[in-house]
Design a protein around this ligand. Sequence first.
Ligand SMILES: C[S@@+](CC[C@H](N)C(=O)[O-])C[C@H]1O[C@@H](n2cnc3c(N)ncnc32)[C@H](O)[C@@H]1O
Length: 238
Amino acid sequence: MALRAPDSPTVSKEARRIQSMFGAIAPVYDPLNHLLSLNIDQAWRRFAVRASLRPTDRRVLDVACGTGDLTAQLQRAASPGTQVVGVDFCEPMLRRAARKQPLPFLLADGLRLPFADRSFDLLTIGFGLRNMESFEAGLREMRRVLRPGGRLAILEFTTPSNPIIRAVYLLYFRRLLPAIGNLVSRSEAYGYLSRSVLEWPSPRELARILKRCGYRRVRHAELSLGIAVLHIAERAPR
Ligand SMILES: C[S@@+](CC[C@H](N)C(=O)[O-])C[C@H]1O[C@@H](n2cnc3c(N)ncnc32)[C@H](O)[C@@H]1O
């Protein structure tokens, strides 16, 4: 059996394809997300903010912020004076973010962040890392802009390990979700979502990759029976 390296996906994540796919679904992204996840996605974002944000954080960056829901939750929970910035490389998603909340949203590639080294106390990325052309390059670039000791919080889908939950989940994820999502959005995005999640590394594997990319004190929490997972890691000093 051929083994695939974790960072060489079989699903194409070529940047322009990802940009145009999210551009096409931007108008329906929020309502479809809430519908297909039964609104649990907002609870996952709240959990990520509660678990990662500290009262002493002054500079916070939300990478691949999309329509800005996680960015907005960070801003609401942050101490007064904290600067929260969102970046994404898909303009239609960012335009929606900016319409919903008056925060700084920048059009930028997560693989080439327009910030100096060691600029941020906390970086978050919600359902974005999986879509990067090389997520290891993304992890290294995010490490560059984190101050030593700063934290990275990654919220992602994963495949549950419990065999019964996994069987139900696979049925939903392989069949129902792409069928409803592609029909409503009139794009192939939700077929892509299911394929990209199924080949995403397990939480343990991702923890190993984080350490290889210059992070330490990696911990993770599985959410909603292991459908989603939150990793929090600290930037190692060197
Ligand atoms: C599934 S959406 C997640 C949006 C948001 N974080 C949320 O919680 O709903 C994924 C986002 O990642 C963005 N993205 C993917 N690769 C990127 C990259 N290399 N640089 C910046 N944004 C990227 C896409 O444009 C899209 O808006």
